[in-house]
Design a binder for this molecule. Structure first.
Ligand code: NAD
Ligand code: MG
Length: 391
C-alpha cells in the first residue's frame, strides 16, 4: 500500500449506521491512506456532527431535512458545508474531489445516490445490497458504461471477490453463499408464531442495523444476497447455492470448472470486507482478532429450511421471474419489516404478505429507472393496504 502516493478520498453514505461507523474505524486506523470528503446520515444528527468534527469532511448531508438547522448550527464554526435531503446526497456524491463512494444507506433509499455516483465515475464500495436487488441490471450496466468498479462490502460477496483474485479469467461453476441461519435456526413455524422483535434483533454472530438483522432472522437477507451475487458476478441463479454454516467462519465459497473450491475464512468482522473494498487490491495490516482453529474444532453445514423460512425461496422465485419482481420483493419486504419492528405483524406473516405483493403488483418484464420508482411506490402502497386489511 505504501506505493500509493495520495490518500483515497471517500464519501460515506450512511456514516452513522453500523457499516458507516465501522468504515470510519477503518479510516481512523489508516489516516494516511484515506481521507473523508463526505459524510451523510439520517436520524442521528448528533453522531453525524461528532463524526464531522472528528474527520473534517468537505461536506455533510443530513437526509432528514427537519434536522438541517441543528446540524448547520453545530458546524457553524467550521468550513464544512452542510446540506439536507435525499437530492443533496445524490448531488454531493458527484463532487470532483471524491474517488470512492461507500454506499452504506439501508434499503431502496440508497438507489438514486448510487446511480448518481456511478454516473459521476466514482468507484463504488457497495454495502447497500438493496440497490442491486431493486435494479441490478440497470446499475451493473451503468457501471460498465461509466467504467466504474463495484467492490462488494457484504461479507459473502467480499469472500467470493477475494477467492476470485487471480482467477478473473476462470469461469465460475458455482458459488456457495454461507448463512449463519440467524437466531431461529432449527425452530419451526409454531415456535416462530409467538416470537417478539427483541428476539429477532439478537443475531448470534453479527452486530448490524435493525433492518438487516430482521432480514437475517427470516433468511430474506440471504435471498437478497443471492440476487446481489447474480448481478455482481454475472451468474445464472442455478449457479448459486445457499448453505447454512452457523459459526460464520467460512464467508463463502467459489467452485471452479475443475471442481476446485476456494473459500475465504476469518472471524466475523465487517471491518475486514470494508477495508478490502476500500483498499483493493491491497490488504491492510490490522490488529483485528485472529481466528484460532482450536476455538472452533467443528465447522458445520446444513441445508436451509426453506419451508419454515420462506423468504429465501421467494427471493429465488423473484430472480427467476426477472423484470421488476425483485424490486417488488424488496419494497414489500421493507414495508413488512418496518411493520414487524413496530409490533404490528407477527414473524410468520412476513413471507405471506411479501408473496401476496409479488402476485398483485403489476409485472414489468423490461423495466427502466422510472418503472422501478413506480414499482417501489406501488408495492409500498399495496403492501401497506394488505397490512391494514389484517387489522
Ligand atoms: P443501519 O441502519 O445501521 O444504517 C443505515 C444508515 O443509512 C444510517 O446512517 C442511516 O442514517 C442512513 N439512512 C437510513 N435511511 C435513510 C434514508 N432514507 N436516506 C438517507 N440515509 C438513510 O444499517 P447497516 O446495518 O449499516 O446497513 C447498511 C447497508 O449495508 C444495508 O443495505 C445492509 O444490507 C448492508 N449491510 C450491512 C451489514 C452490517 O453488518 N451491518 C453487512 C452487510 C451488508
Ligand atoms: Mg452478508
Amino acid at each position: 500500500m505504501n506505493t500509493k502516493p495520495e490518500p483515497t478520498r471517500i464519501a460515506i453514505l450512511g456514516s452513522t449506521g453500523s457499516i458507516g461507523t465501522q468504515a470510519l474505524d477503518v479510516v481512523r486506523a489508516n489516516r494516511l491512506l484515506f481521507s473523508v470528503e463526505v459524510l451523510t446520515g439520517n436520524g442521528n444528527a448528533d453522531l453525524l456532527i461528532q463524526q464531522a468534527t472528528e474527520f473534517q469532511p468537505n461536506a455533510v448531508v443530513i437526509a432528514d431535512e427537519s434536522k438541517y438547522a441543528y446540524v448547520k448550527d453545530a458546524l457553524a464554526a467550521t468550513d464544512i458545508k452542510v446540506y439536507a435531503g435525499a437530492k443533496a446526497i445524490a448531488e454531493v456524491v458527484q463532487m470532483e474531489s471524491i474517488d470512492t463512494v461507500l454506499t452504506a444507506i439501508v434499503g431502496y433509499a440508497g438507489l438514486a445516490s448510487t446511480m448518481a455516483a456511478i454516473r459521476a465515475g466514482k468507484q463504488i464500495a457497495l454495502a447497500n445490497k438493496e440497490t442491486l436487488v431493486v435494479a441490478g441490471e440497470l446499475v451493473t450496466t451503468l457501471a460498465k458504461e461509466y467504467g466504474v468498479n463495484i467492490y462488494p462490502v457484504d461479507s459473502e460477496h467480499s469472500a467470493i471477490f477475494q477467492c476470485m483474485a487471480g482467477e478473473f479469467h476462470n469461469p465460475i461453476e458455482k458459488i456457495y453463499l454461507t448463512a449463519s441461519g440467524g437466531p431461529f435456526r432449527g425452530k419451526d413455524k409454531a415456535f416462530l408464531q409467538n416470537i417478539r422483535k427483541e428476539q429477532a434483533l439478537k443475531h448470534p454472530n453479527w452486530d448490524m442495523g435493525a433492518k438487516i438483522t430482521i432480514d437475517s432472522s427470516t433468511l430474506m437477507n440471504k435471498g437478497l444476497e443471492v440476487i446481489e451475487a447474480k448481478w455482481l458476478f454475472h451468474l445464472d441463479p442455478r449457479q448459486i447455492d445457499v448453505i447454512i454454516h452457523p459459526q460464520s467462519i467460512i464467508h463463502s465459497i467459489v467452485q471452479f470448472t475443475d471442481g476446485s473450491m476456494k473459500a475465504q475464512m476469518g472471524l466475523p468482522d465487517m471491518k475486514l470486507p470494508i477495508q478490502y473494498a476500500l483498499a483493493y487490491p491491497y490488504r491492510l495490516k490490522n490488529d483485528f482478532p485472529r481466528f484460532n482453529f482450536m476455538d472452533y474444532p467443528q465447522l458445520t453445514f446444513e441445508k436451509p429450511d426453506t419451508s419454515t423460512f420462506r423468504c429465501l425461496p421467494l427471493a429465488f422465485e423473484a430472480l427467476h421471474r426477472g423484470g421488476n419482481m425483485s424490486c417488488i420483493l424488496n419494497a414489500a419486504n421493507e414495508v413488512v419489516v418496518g411493520a414487524f419492528l413496530k409490533d404490528t405483524i407477527g414473524f410468520n406473516a412476513i413471507p405471506d404478505i411479501i408473496e401476496k405483493a409479488m402476485s398483485k403488483v403489476s409485472f414489468i418484464p423490461t423495466p427502466g429507472y422510472a418503472d422501478y420508482v413506480e414499482t417501489d411506490q406501488e408495492t409500498r402502497a399495496l403492501t401497506s393496504a394488505l397490512l391494514k386489511d389484517r387489522d
